[in-house]
Write a protein that binds this ligand. Structure first.
Ligand SMILES: Cc1cc2nc3c(=O)[nH]c(=O)nc-3n(C[C@H](O)[C@H](O)[C@H](O)COP(=O)(O)OP(=O)(O)OC[C@H]3O[C@@H](n4cnc5c(N)ncnc54)[C@H](O)[C@@H]3O)c2cc1C
Length: 390
């Protein structure tokens, strides 16, 4: 492959890579090559119609929401939208109730008179519409509210978090717990952003449209590591041994790029079990969480997302698992595992990359960060518009 006929080589065709490729092509008239190791574009947002006719998300349910006008305006050039507000239920003691825990959840779990009393205690103390971190509620001196906090913490939060991260209850960081709110209203929506919608023809089509610029060429099923090397001594990027003078945009894992020279960065992985059912609906909401009773964390029924009218339905169960790059059953790095030690290990890699003038390391893998889709898009737009990015 003649890499030097391109001005920019982008590794990875997820949102981060697609935004960078599109910007370089459309704003600077650069010739761009995108290499993607998977046989498809769109990274973890990849979706497709399955044999049931249902639009499924191969790597787990992806619900778009953003408060950023610039992200919304940018993506709207490449897709029409299907309005969609996400709702999540939790399956607890045989009952379904809204997540995050709100006043509707209270009435689902407690007998009416008790729920009325608790509601009035909560509103009196914290005010209508308050979002109370569960740790704060646990510290209340009111025994009835303390008992409620214990119930929510134990039934909704602890086991789910332990399954998700493979940890013990005592190892859950207070900072994680502090983010779990109890919401004093009856709004069952999971997100509250200004824009909440799903690309009408799917995420894959949206990203295909972004990459359809005539200056962009995409090569699928191509692991960049088979071609790409970083010469640490000369700080030069090499493709097939030749110096590449253009811009490299890398959206993969930095430890892989640097041959794990400083050890492996830890990740959490997931296994997805898809099931097709011969019935109109499997469950009343897109996502139902199973904090306590099952090995999986949640079930998502995709046809709710685009309001598809079909006879059959498709669901997916998510089983969190340890990541192991040598084992094909769990070698997809879904979530970075955040702690100080891992952050330092990441920064050691980022420092090495920082010495290369023509390498941009960007995205959830290359920055070892959890990004929602809109964050990933905003991050890439910002990076491109910085003098050293564009
Ligand atoms: C289970 C799950 C659910 C999520 N749900 C939501 C949600 O509901 N809403 C939301 O906003 N966000 C959600 N996200 C986050 C969303 O997936 C990310 O924001 C988005 O994928 C980030 O895009 P990216 O391009 O940075 O990374 P990716 O999508 O991972 O793209 C990176 C690409 O680089 C490729 N690559 C890596 N190394 C190489 C190599 N050596 N050679 C060639 N190609 C390579 C990979 O194959 C991949 O395609 C979810 C994430 C997960 C894991």
């Amino acid at each position: 492959m003649n890499f030097n006929k391109y001005d920019v080589v982008v590794i990875g065709a997820g949102f981060s890579g697609a935004v960078m490729a599109e910007r370089f092509a459309s704003q600077q008239n650069k010739r761009v090559l995108v290499l993607e190791q998977r046989p498809h574009i769109a990274g973890n947002c990849y979706d497709k119609i399955d044999t049931n006719g249902v639009m499924i998300h191969q790597y787990g349910p992806h619900l778009f929401h953003t408060r950023h006008d610039d992200v919304w305006d940018y993506l709207s050039q490449f897709t029409e939208w299907h309005p969609y507000e996400h709702k999540v239920l939790a399956h607890i003691d045989g009952k379904l109730s809204p997540v995050p825990f709100n006043l509707n959840s209270l009435y689902a779990f407690y007998p009416e008179q008790e729920a009325i009393a608790l509601e009035s205690l909560l509103i009196k103390r914290y005010g209508e519409n308050a979002k109370i971190p569960i740790l704060e509620l646990k510290e209340t001196d009111e025994p009835a509210l303390q008992a409620l906090a214990e119930f929510i913490y134990n039934k909704l939060f602890v086991n789910y978090t332990c399954k998700q991260w493979g940890c013990k209850p005592e190892d859950i960081a207070p900072a994680v717990t502090a983010r779990v709110p109890v919401v004093l209203n009856r709004d069952d929506r999971y997100f509250h952003d200004k824009y909440q919608a799903i690309p009408k023809a799917g995420y894959s089509k949206l990203i295909e449209n972004m990459l359809s610029h005539p200056n962009i060429q995409v090569k699928l099923a191509t692991d960049a590591k088979n071609y790409l090397q970083l010469d640490l001594a000369s700080k030069q990027v090499l493709f097939e041994g030749d110096v590449f003078a253009g811009q490299l945009v890398f959206t993969g894992m930095l430890d892989q790029l640097l041959d794990y020279a400083k050890g492996e960065l830890p990740y959490r992985s997931l296994q997805f079990q898809f099931e097709q059912h011969d019935k109109e609906y499997f469950q009343p909401a897109t996502t139902v969480n199973y904090p306590n009773d099952e090995e999986f964390t949640r079930i998502t029924e995709f046809k709710h997302i685009l309001s598809q009218k079909l006879n059959g339905t498709t669901i997916v169960k998510e089983f969190p698992q340890d990541y192991d790059r040598h084992d094909p059953k769990c070698n997809i790095p879904y979530y970075p595992i955040f702690n100080e030690q891992n952050q330092q290990a990441y920064e050691a890699y980022a420092d090495v990359i920082g010495d290369f003038d023509n390498v941009i390391a960007i995205g959830r893998l290359a920055q070892y960060k959890y990004f929602n889709m809109d964050d990933a898009v905003k991050n890439a737009l910002n990076c491109f518009s910085k003098p050293e990015g564009g």
